[in-house]
Design a protein. Structure first.
Length: 342
């Protein structure tokens, strides 16, 4: 079987945090997946795509496309365009289709879908540099503290300790600065002060939820337990990082079982595809879905949420990569031949 591993480079927009770290992570993921599949004796090629090279996907002649492209923010239309072309090619591919990729890169579209399908999520409202009269009533129903996030970004961009705000006067001051910084709509969301999990769902013939991985935060005076940009990307525990480690807790507790049930509901109701990762908070036994990553990155580090979950399920990293590759072949959009599944 021949597999083409694709990844993206290049952005038409800058963000204050920079995109270099996320880009390096994408390249590292692509190389790791490439080497893993090669080790498993597949025929593999690695293909870098830039916005002006999306059309070259038509030249790919493979049995499977392993898609690790992560254009997001205001560049998400590149990802949609790419997936439309891959879909037309008829080649099975991993990850999101262009429809789910579109809402996966837009927090407002995602939140509206949560509401539509009655997926529990923190109360929210979207605004610009100031809250309109129309939205003040909605905001009044959201208890403080709140957290503000740029609508189109990913990888923790815009999420810092000072994004968590404790009063309306402070929020009004913060919105103006935040809008000046990111130049896009702002999501105001109730901050759920509780436990946080990453939940991986894979559909490979059957739907399964890997054991949810809990984020353990270091206790730092004056800091909220939040998985910020610094927590994701800075190894130092100084400044704005309170991330400590991932653990996989008892899977038979009432809260975890409810979390797993809701994860399955999200996958099915929102027409997810292949494999996804949910970011979820628990307050007591109440579940709040923060976001769905419809084309999550892959990393062999045991302190990466998906990898911690797969290891707890008895799936080592090599098996995980092969299983994700096979999700493309099991997708109902394609007529799969038995020899491809060997």
């Amino acid at each position: 079987m021949k597999i083409t591993v694709i990844y993206n480079q290049g952005s038409s927009f800058d963000v204050p945090e920079g995109i270099e770290t996320a880009d390096e992570d994408t390249i590292d993921s692509a190389r790791v997946v490439y080497n893993t599949l090669k080790k498993k004796k597949f025929s593999v090629e690695l293909l870098e795509l830039t916005p002006d090279k999306i059309g070259t996907i038509k030249k790919v002649d493979s049995d499977v496309i392993f898609n690790l492209c992560e254009w997001s923010g205001r560049d998400s239309h590149f990802g949609v365009k790419l997936l439309q072309k891959i879909s037309k090619s008829g080649i099975p591919y991993t990850g999101a289709d262009y429809t789910s990729y579109d809402w996966g890169c837009n927090k407002v579209k995602m939140k509206n879908m949560f509401n539509r399908f009655k997926i529990p999520t923190p109360k929210w409202v979207v605004t610009g540099s100031k809250v309109s009269k129309r939205n003040r009533r909605k905001l009044a129903a959201i208890p403080f503290p709140v957290i503000i996030k740029p609508v189109y970004e990913h990888c923790g961009i815009g999420v810092h300790q000072d994004s968590i705000i404790d009063s309306l006067p402070n929020l009004e001051r913060a919105l103006f600065k935040f809008y000046e910084k990111y130049r896009q709509p702002i999501l105001i969301e109730e901050f759920i002060d509780g436990r946080e999990f990453q939940v991986t769902v894979i559909k490979n013939g059957t739907l399964k939820v890997l054991p949810p991985a809990e984020i353990i935060f270091a206790r730092k005076p004056g800091m909220k337990n939040a998985f910020t940009y610094e927590s994701k990307w800075r190894e130092s525990t100084d400044n704005d990082s309170v991330f400590s480690k991932f653990v996989v807790p008892d899977q038979n507790s009432k809260a975890i079982l409810r979390l797993i049930t809701i994860a399955k509901k999200v996958f099915n109701k929102m027409a997810c595809r292949g494999y996804v990762r949910l970011d979820v908070r628990l307050r007591g036994n109440d579940v709040f879905v923060l976001e769905v990553n419809v084309n999550p990155g892959i990393d062999p580090d045991p302190q990466y949420g998906m990898t911690a979950s797969s290891m707890a399920a008895g799936i080592d990293f090599e098996k995980l990569v092969v299983e994700i590759m096979h999700t493309a072949l099991y997708d109902q959009s394609y007529k799969t031949t038995p020899d491809l599944l060997q």
